[in-house]
Ligand binder design. Structure first.
Ligand code: ADP
Length: 207
């Protein structure tokens, strides 16, 4: 192995369901889910980094790239040390990273991208509504106000969508994100299981 984490990117606009699908995949042996949004939200909001996160996310802006990559790489490495992530057995499922082309470049030294699942939803209003519901349930400052959600969509279009151009188009599989979660999952697995079979042994110890 090259020393890079073997990786699947979950890609798509805010509210499209990357976190939902990532969390389901995380329950399946052989996948390790890593979400920069949840890593940031788990920080102590009184720490320096917690404050930086709040300062940017509450405006719908991206956290600066150097901070993001540093926190993510330390968090991921720590998970290898405590054995939650076994890079020689597990596919890394990255959700919310990279969020701009600069981050994609900074990640080259850490990850090999084997597949990109592009979750597609053209109905922005439906995403908007999902995010408002989520804000109520999860107490999220970044989804609470309409103008912040709108800013997050603008940032997605201007900064995040161009990430797709950083990778070989053959790696990208589009998945319709508006089906039921089980249906979306089934399409993701169709794309990802062959990748897992190609790279790893059965994580439960079979062939
Ligand atoms: P969603 O799942 O709705 O797209 P996330 O939970 O991934 O949102 O992210 C929440 C917030 O955390 C973002 O609006 C942003 O401020 C910050 N964030 C998450 N990932 C990154 C990243 N890779 N780079 C910079 N900021 C990030």
């Amino acid at each position: 192995m090259s020393g890079h984490y073997q990786t699947v990117l979950l890609f798509g606009p805010p509210g499209v369901g990357k976190g939902t699908q990532g969390e389901i995949l995380a329950r399946i042996p052989g996948f390790f889910h890593s979400s920069t949004g949840s890593i940031f939200r788990s920080l102590d909001m009184n720490s320096d980094i917690g404050r930086i996160f709040y300062q940017y996310s509450s405006r719908g802006e991206l956290v600066p790239d150097d901070v993001t990559i540093k926190i993510w790489s330390q968090h991921t490495y720590a998970n290898t040390i405590i054995g939650l992530f076994k890079p020689d057995q597990d596919l890394l499922v990255l959700d919310g990273l990279p969020r701009n082309p600069k981050q994609a470049k900074l990640l080259y030294k850490y990850i090999s991208v084997l597949k990109i699942i592009n979750l597609v939803c053209r109905d922005r209003e439906a995403l908007f509504e999902r995010m408002k519901k989520r804000a109520l349930k999860q107490n999220r400052a970044d989804d609470a106000k309409d103008e912040v959600i709108r800013r997050r969509f603008e940032v997605y279009e201007a900064e995040t969508r161009p990430v797709l151009e950083c990778y070989d188009p053959d790696l990208i599989t589009e998945v319709d994100a508006m089906g039921a979660p089980a249906q979306v999952l089934s399409h993701i697995l169709d794309a990802v299981v062959p990748i897992q079979n190609g790279h790893f042994k059965n994580p439960l110890g079979g062939t």
